[in-house]
Design a protein around this ligand. Structure first.
Ligand code: UD1
Length: 426
């Protein structure tokens, strides 16, 4: 199991420049979309994170061929060789479910393992399944697998009961090759969904209402190849904004789309953090932490609301604010696993159902902790940086799923962080 050691310091001021990578949550559906065509897709700004390698292995099993050079990926599935996404893949990465819609739409058959519970609460996929059934797919659940079949999916009207990012992506991809028109209502508005739709349009899909709650998709007989740029990772960017906000850091972020971070920036500014856009470069943000951080209540909600994927990191910032902050998590249940670990570092946080009450300011002191999911691990890294002394974070492979070269990036900003060799990790 991977471990990271951080030598933290109350007086550490992170400073310097950091380049934000492509968005993990945008690249995964884009790679899945390559199943919709025989032609190659060229995808740029690929983050080299573990989830990308997991989906590429899964795609290879399905018949895709790919080459990855630096941050550019060429991927093509001339023939579908298998229609099965195994439990091994889905367990490693829940987003493997994104192959269900495209596989079914192009190949007429898909067998995908049920994700089951995961570390941030139960995450059902009923909305994906109901939507595909409404489009005429026959779906059964056998031995922990979803078996889906169809001669051809048919356009229909589907209203999502609640907003679902993956559900919107799966159904929009499926609808592109369906017969007739599909209307999707209450779609997720996340920039990653929009980025996927732009790719699909380049491939020849007919989609109206991109970036809106209602999308109309006119099915076509086939889709072609395309070249596409993956948007920057707004969660990685948000994590570095919090890193700058802590301990009066001073960081310049390059390669971001500030508009995707509006709510996060707003909350950080209310907390006293200074954030400025570059006068000439639209993709640059500068963050400077305040000497005194003000407490802020935060409620997570679907985009454009405050992202659940930034909740754990923001909680760390609030441990350093003078006063009480209430963090309400509305997207996932049980998404406070980082709290117990933050308590070990000296934070004062109480969890009541969907709320974490954070009382600050508490000086943090280094300790050994366990990372339980991707964003929880990011929050522990942030906490470790400002905790006095040594923090060891166990099970760091979660972090590798979604953050590219995070230790290197933090080191260039002045952090003392290192990965312990595997033999020390047993
Ligand atoms: C995506 C992101 C994840 C982010 C989440 C919410 C990817 C790869 N992952 O996850 O980082 O935290 O959006 O912004 O893009 N739900 C149902 N039934 C369903 C589907 C979802 O009840 O069929 C519920 C979920 O349990 C959850 C909520 O809807 O409570 C939102 O989930 P969803 O938007 O689908 O998240 P993911 O696509 O899995």
């Amino acid at each position: 199991m991977a471990k990271i050691r951080i030598l933290g310091n109350h007086d550490l001021h992170l400073h310097g420049r950091v380049k934000i990578s492509g968005a993990k949550n945008a690249v995964l559906p884009a790679i899945a979309a390559s199943l919709l065509t025989k032609e190659p897709l060229q995808l740029h700004n690929i983050p080299l994170v573990k989830d990308v390698f997991t989906i590429l292995t899964l795609m290879e099993g399905l018949g895709a061929e790919y080459s990855l050079e630096n941050d550019s990926l060429s991927i093509q599935t001339r023939n579908i060789r298998s229609d099965e996404a195994s439990y091994e893949h889905v367990r490693a990465m829940r987003a493997s479910i994104l192959v269900l819609g495209p596989l079914l739409a192009r190949h007429g058959k898909a067998i995908v393992a049920l994700p089951g519970g995961c570390a941030i609460g139960s995450r059902p996929i009923d909305l994906h399944i109901h939507g595909l059934e409404k489009m005429g797919a026959f779906i059964s659940l056998e031995h922990g697998y979803i078996h889906a079949e169809t001669n051809r999916l048919k356009g229909t009207e589907i209203e999502f009961e609640k907003k679902t990012v993956g559900g919107t992506e799966n159904l929009v991809m499926a609808a592109c090759l369906a017969q007739g028109e599909t209307i999707l209502r209450n779609c997720s508005l996340e920039p990653e969904v929009v980025n996927l739709c732009h790719l699909l349009v380049k491939m020849g899909a007919k989609i109206d209402g991109i970036g809106e709650e209602t999308m109309q998709i006119k099915g076509v007989e086939s889709l072609g190849g395309a070249t596409h740029e993956i948007i920057p990772d707004r969660i990685e960017a948000g994590t570095f904004l919090v890193a700058g906000a802590l301990n009066q850091g001073k960081i310049t972020l390059e390669g971001v789309i500030p508009e995707h971070l509006t709510t996060v920036i707003e909350k950080l500014k209310f907390s006293g953090t200074e954030i400025h856009r570059h006068p000439h470069r639209v993709d640059v943000l500068r963050v400077q932490g305040a000497p005194e951080i003000k407490p802020q209540d935060v409620t997570t909600s679907p985009y454009p609301g405050f992202p659940t994927d930034m909740q754990a990191q923001f909680t760390v910032l609030m441990t350093q604010a003078e006063g009480t902050s209430i963090i309400t998590e509305t997207i996932f249940d049980r998404r406070f696993s980082h709290v117990n670990e933050l308590l070990r570092l000296g934070a004062n946080i109480e969890v009541f159902q969907d709320k974490a009450i954070v009382k600050g300011k508490t000086p943090l002191s280094g300790a050994e902790v366990i990372a339980s999911d991707l964003r929880a691990s990011a929050s522990l890294v942030l906490a470790g940086l400002i905790a006095n002394g040594e923090t060891i974070i166990n099970d760091m492979e979660h972090l590798d799923r979604g953050y590219e070269k995070i230790e290197e990036k933090l080191k260039t900003l002045g952090a003392h962080i290192e990965r312990l060799p595997e033999e020390e990790s047993s």
